[in-house]
Design a protein around this ligand. Sequence first.
Ligand code: DOR
Ligand code: ZN
Ligand code: ZN
Length: 432
Amino acid sequence: MKMIFKEVRVLDPESGRNEVLDVVVEGERIKEIGRNLRREEGKVIEGQGKWLVPGLIDVHVHLREPGFEYKETFVTGSRSGAMGGFTTMAYMPNTNPVIDHPEIIRALVEKGKTEGIINLHPVGSMTLSQQGETLGDYGAMKKAGVVALSEDGKSVLDSYVMKQALLQAKKEDLPVLVHCEDPSLVAGGAMNEGEKSRALGIKGIPNSAEDVITARDLILSHETGARVHLCHMSTKGSVEILREAKAKNPLVSGEVSPHHLTLTEAVIDGIDTNTKMNPPLRREEDRRELIRGLQEGVIDIIATDHAPHSLEDKKQSYEKAPFGIVGLETALSIGLTELVHTGILSPLDFFEKLTINPATLLGISRGKLQAGEIADLTLIDPEISCEIHPENFQSKSQNTPFRGRTVKGKAILTMVSGNIVMENNRLKEENK
Ligand code: DOR
Ligand code: ZN
Ligand code: ZN
């Protein structure tokens, strides 16, 4: 089966290519990229005015299997990803049971292949049952299919256990995705600590709750030689600490979510729990520093932390509702609208954070739009305007703070290994 994208703007951050070309896909690979290529037999996709980028990669999603299938599943989560232009994602182990044993990992990898419509990779728990005490068998977990390790949802609090975990992770050459949070400083808080939390009478979470563990984990990376990646950075301090750490340690990296880049605590009214996530939305000066970190390349990756919760879960009081928002179906559009169309990031710099940088972190051979590579591709209409309607999400959950927003730019076709899985807002189930 052949396909040709005609006169499309090819954006390949890895090579720096940014020009209007034809792209031929044959079977599961990109066969040829060039000018005026022949329209061969097969499908022709008119690319005028469109951007073709390597399939987007999200290093941080929650698919909720096993145990919380009422929030999301591989089927609904991967469809949600395909709608948003993602072709690959890594899912976190804070499930029930926790993803901590080779048998569970093997079963999930199989399930992901049969039920997922995009590439799904498990992240293994650092400690058994996420109890922060006993390390899993990282070698066996890697053989079974994990691409990284994480205790996401919390930190491994015992610094000795953390250090042993990093030493073992280094041995297996697995990156460690750290959620940095000191619960003794969070102390039951539900939003950023400051004037706003005091005005609303909601307990606050200080920046220090993130910053102290961030500093510890980067120090331990330097000491052990393990690859440490900061999840969902939210504070000015964490950017400054990462900037300083990077100056002497190339093994550290960081990610930021679309919501922390575009929203602040100002949107919180104390009632709508779709603004509640962990870490919380911070102040404008934090947001500005996150943007600066992204522009400088201190922050390497944009990741959604797609965290679906049911309507019932989120219907509770601001204090009681669970932390987390969905992100797969809004990330690209929000990013294009707020970061690219505003000139904060060039298209190549923006897509680098969603393609080659995530692929490099996870050690997967993806993220390049080049002849011979696997044809995981995302076609984007950068000019199309649309409104965000959570009712139309493919995700099982609708917990987004972006409801009703008008955005400019979206994915109009998602291709995985040469198969179109989404085209013009419709999933192509027959390709499964
Ligand atoms: O907001 C969040 N939701 N932060 C986390 O760390 C966990 C996640 C979840 O699993 O819902
Ligand atoms: Zn987290
Ligand atoms: Zn998470």
